[in-house]
Design a binder for this molecule. Structure first.
Ligand code: CA
Length: 230
């Protein structure tokens, strides 16, 4: 089973060999990879589980990559997912058209796998800084994703692994309200059955851990909606 901390990349490519190469390399980089063969399948998969990043081939049968990109970028719930377009078209006008559709980046085929991986990582740093191993700061709380350490007001905090993942999730998007189901997906993983009450238990532990040297409780309960930081 994939760890919930692993960022998910959806690869949409109709050519099996290319799909496999990209998927293989992303897995080797530590990503959880989900594969789609065409545009319709990609749109269904995004509805089932929001990926962190999408690598999207332009030339797909029936629903083209451009159309998939356009649809996802006009929907408020999917607009924020970075899309890297892959295209055999190298002309400047196509590049511009790709970016105008809302694609976040554009890679021309044949591309080097190293280049594609670098671009995926760049998008990841933007949308999932903790998953990319960066330091996150919120008020007096500092989370170092690489060393798995948390400090508040410069004092180290003792935190369980689940509480660490909860905090990292919150700190990646301060102010965002997370439902219990969303936190379960992100922190525990979709493949595990856990009661939503478990989330409340670990939120309680996180609050306690964050206040172990004093300070106010930064975790907000949003009635009927879930939890947020700040
Ligand atoms: Ca193609």
């Amino acid at each position: 089973m994939a760890s919930a901390e692993q960022p998910t990349v959806l690869v949409v490519e109709d050519e099996p060999a290319q799909r496999e190469v990209v998927g293989y390399n992303l897995s080797a980089e530590g990503f959880r990879v989900v594969l789609a063969e065409n545009g319709e399948e990609a749109l269904v998969m995004v509805d089932e589980e929001t990926p962190d990043i999408i690598v999207l081939d332009w030339m797909l049968p029936s629903v083209s990559g451009i159309e998939v990109c356009r649809r996802l970028k006009t929907r408020p719930d999917t607009r924020g997912i970075p899309i890297i377009m892959l295209s055999a078209r190298s002309e400047e006008v196509d590049r511009i058209r790709g970016l105008e559709t809302g694609a976040d980046d554009y890679v021309v085929k044949p591309y080097s796998v190293l280049e594609l991986m670098a671009r995926v990582r760049a998008q990841l740093r933007r949308v999932r800084p903790a998953a990319a191993g960066q330091q996150l700061v919120f008020d007096d709380i500092l989370l170092d994703a690489e060393s798995h350490r948390v400090f508040r007001d410069e004092q180290p905090l003792k935190l369980g692994p689940t509480e660490f993942r909860l905090l990292a999730t919150f700190m990646e998007k301060p102010g965002r309200v997370w439902s219990r189901e969303q936190l379960l997906d992100r922190v525990w993983g979709r493949d595990i059955y856990v009661d939503t009450r478990t989330v409340d238990v670990h939120i309680g532990r996180l609050r306690k851990a964050l206040c172990q040297h004093g300070g106010s409780d930064p975790v907000r309960t949003v009635r009927g909606a879930g939890y947020s930081l700040g």
